[in-house]
Design a protein around this ligand. Sequence first.
Ligand code: NAI
Length: 463
Amino acid sequence: MGADYIVKDINLADFGRKELDIAETEMPGLMALRAEFGEAKPLSGARIAGSLHMTIQTAVLIETLVHLGAEVRWASCNIFSTQDHAAAAIAARGIPVFAVKGETLEEYWAYTDRIFDFADGANMILDDGGDATMYILTGARVEEGETALIETPGSEEEIYFFAQIRKRLAAEPGWFVKQRHRIRGVSEETTTGVHRLYQLMEKGRLPFPAINVNDSVTKSKFDNKYGCKESLVDGIRRATDTMMAGKTAVVLGYGDVGKGSAASLRGAGARVQVTEIDPICALQAAMDGFEVVRLEDVAAKADIFVTTTGNKDVIRLEHMREMKDMAIVGNIGHFDNEIQVAALKNMTWTNIKDQVDMIGFPDGKRIILLSQGRLLNLGNATGHPSFVMSASFTNQVLAQIELFTKGDQYENQVYILPKHLDEKVARLHLAKIGVKLTELLPEQADYIGVAVDGPYKAEHYRY
Ligand code: NAI
């Protein structure tokens, strides 16, 4: 048998290790969990199938899970988001990883399949966007007779997804159902994956408990917001080197990612406009000082367009036809269907460099498309900085411990971590940036009706 990993170049491992060593110094939450649980090893016996952008920060997450006793197999949750030196460093440590920046969709699903290849199958999933979970659940439904599911694949994505299900079914009938039964729980990283889990739960199709990591306050109000604030402009700059100051940028969607993205562009000196469908978020954008517009009214005038909605068909062909020559178009939401990239197929594509394409329209106008519409902060840059990912991943590790050690106490529903753990995650990140927290006096705690040690807010508080 060959090596139990697929990476671009194992010789990148030393470089990856050096960056990992630096990242550890910026990820105090994960390092604190290593110190707290390193001896008890609460994840002993856990076989975690992980599908999450294979970056340097994720490598620190993986090594933390291993430090706590888990066996881990890993793939990236996007074809462009792997950092090959991070993958190499993980492979060199003997941890099976299947991830190459620029892998094909066919490889993507083959790698997703391989993360379940433990001798006894996986018993935990750590997911980002829900693809690993969907792979097992859809395959199991097909095995149980819903063959119509794989008969009419629509998108290119689906073609390869169903082809991989067929391949696995042919090789090992019964594999998906068996694998599904073994899973004790899934922890899900992002808004889009969480939507999928709630949909499954509502349809009675969630066969194991799930923890929604995204909606820990210390995840979505930090990674989605402050993370994108740093990584959005980073992606646009590395891709295009365009002057941002003075340009007009349109941010589509003003949720957590939209708020961070609009702040990112404003910080770089762009004049930022926002689109929204939700009156609350539209009002927030306006009161944060952004002009709230409709795309059809500004498509011909703006220079940079970024989708952040988690929705589909947000920038459509009709909008791109209106755009001016050399407008920059990109997405930072989880899936590439926010922009109608498929509708551009028959235009003239000129590849400028990896993850940057210039697309010529019949009238001679061109647009620059980043990462073929896939999340540009990970495709064109290196994603969020370590510090903010430490908060996200500390939630992930706590969720894995919870589900692995107490999964049988949970229903097959979607949960969020309790507030005292959310506060713990924040607390673990204070010292690194010199935050001095004020301590409540007992009388003050009584007066506002909380315990001196927290939790400090009611469940309905929105931060
Ligand atoms: P969210 O739900 O907070 O925000 C999405 C916003 O888009 C909402 O306010 C919604 O009203 C708005 N929206 C929906 N359809 C729209 C349309 N047609 N036009 C204009 N606005 C529309 O979600 P969040 O947390 O901001 O996540 C957004 C996406 O980004 C998700 O796919 C999520 O998985 C992904 N994500 C990406 C990250 C990255 O690093 N690239 C990090 C975190 C999340």
